[in-house]
Write a protein that binds this ligand. Structure first.
Ligand SMILES: [Zn+2]
Length: 186
């Protein structure tokens, strides 16, 4: 489409977890937010990839497990608001039950959280130049969401691949939903 900034995708992950920066020019979204106690690694990876922290407009956790949302509060302190979908709100306080004392986890507060219904995601993303939507895709946990860009790329967090999900009907339904939405945007 004429006038739209092309979307670029960079992986800033570490310790066998992917953390994605989706960018429309210098307007950026971080998808999945680091292990607890690793803010230094995250910042170093962003810097190495030429991504200034201040250009990240939101951080989105596909789900609230410590390897996907462990730095959420510290990123807020760095100036990055946390984008939370309505289906995820109740899972946030549960996450800390998995934290061990040595993890250096900083608990997620309500300050700086931007909570929206899943149905509003396309509108919010368009405000930062990203054409796509966030879908509720349970299957790994009940509160998992996926980012689906209009170019067809999907960021599904830990949603088990279909080939491994033959007896996980919730996950299979999520893959079906992703496919339907993808097809409807083409
Ligand atoms: Zn997980």
């Amino acid at each position: 489409m004429v006038g739209e900034t092309p979307i670029t995708v960079v992986n800033v992950g570490y310790r066998s977890t992917n953390y994605w920066v989706i960018s429309a020019g210098t307007s950026r979204l971080l998808v999945d937010i680091g292990w607890p106690g690793t803010l230094g690694i995250m910042k170093a990876n962003l810097k190495r990839m030429g991504i200034p922290l201040r250009e990240i407009r939101y951080a989105l956790a596909t789900h609230y497990h410590i390897d996907h949302a462990g730095l959420a509060e510290e990123m807020k302190r760095e100036g990055v608001p946390l984008l939370v979908l309505d289906v995820q709100v109740d899972a946030i306080p549960v996450m800390k039950t998995w934290i061990k004392p040595g993890d250096n986890y900083v608990d997620i507060t309500a300050d700086g959280n931007v909570i929206i219904p899943v149905e509003r995601s396309r509108q919010l993303l368009s405000q930062i130049g990203i054409t796509g939507e966030i879908l509720h895709t349970p299957g790994h946990s009940d509160h998992c969401v996926s980012l689906l860009l209009d170019d067809g790329s999907a960021f599904t967090g830990d949603l088990p691949p279909e080939i491994h999900a033959f007896d996980n009907f919730v996950a299979l339904a999520s893959w079906r939903r992703l496919r339907e939405h993808r097809a409807s945007r083409r």
